[in-house]
Design a protein around this ligand. Structure first.
Ligand code: ADP
Length: 169
């Protein structure tokens, strides 16, 4: 599923170069559950963002389902993310002006699934995370824990082979 070899990433801070990921090698097979543990600032979010195709790396290689994830255009990255990855962000990143139902259904829009099916599947997914009665609520009308469940439902709705969660509680 994930095959990372000697991956490094650098940040440029003024004239200083900081190596934030140092020669990381990691293999994750289908069906595996892996926790990334380390002190704050260790680079966990950065690595998750690289794996989630939200950020790039400088050295080494990253294959996702045997495909080399390197030098992707923004469009390619978006497509791979939509097809392969569900991401639960640390701060949820729900669309504030849209209902829970709309937020959960959105990834299916990019898969060109009909509106009727999108809404039906989103409602079903919200029911699975215990929020069926809250589907018309805006994110601001939900508690932190409820917002996180909406974010989880949105990550699961496409049934992706890879689910990434940053600091799930
Ligand atoms: P963690 O998730 O393990 O707490 P992060 O991946 O968020 O760690 O950060 C790793 C290191 O990279 C930290 O030292 C942080 O200050 C640095 N860092 C993160 N993002 C940037 C950035 N955009 N520019 C410069 N340094 C950054």
């Amino acid at each position: 599923m994930i095959n990372i070899q000697k991956l490094s990433k650098y940040y440029q801070l003024g004239t200083r170069t900081i190596q934030v990921l140092k020669q990381i090698s990691l293999q994750v097979e289908t069906g595996e559950l892996v926790a990334l543990v380390g002190q704050s600032g260790a680079g966990k979010s950065t690595l998750l963002n690289v794996i989630g195709l939200l950020d790039t790396y400088d050295e080494g290689s990253y294959h996702l389902q045997q495909i080399l994830m390197q030098g992707l255009t923004e469009n390619q990255a978006t497509q791979y993310r939509n097809q392969l990855i569900g991401f639960v962000f640390q701060r949820f990143h729900l669309i504030p002006a849209k209902t829970a139902l709309y937020n959960v259904a959105l990834p299916l829009y990019y898969q060109r699934i009909s509106k009727q099916e999108r809404l039906a599947r989103a409602l079903d997914m919200l029911a699975q995370v215990g929020l069926k009665d809250h589907h018309q609520h805006l994110p601001t009308e939900l508690s932190g824990g409820q917002q996180q469940r909406v974010a989880i439902a949105r990550a699961l709705i496409t049934n992706p082979p890879l689910i990434l969660a940053d600091d799930p509680t």
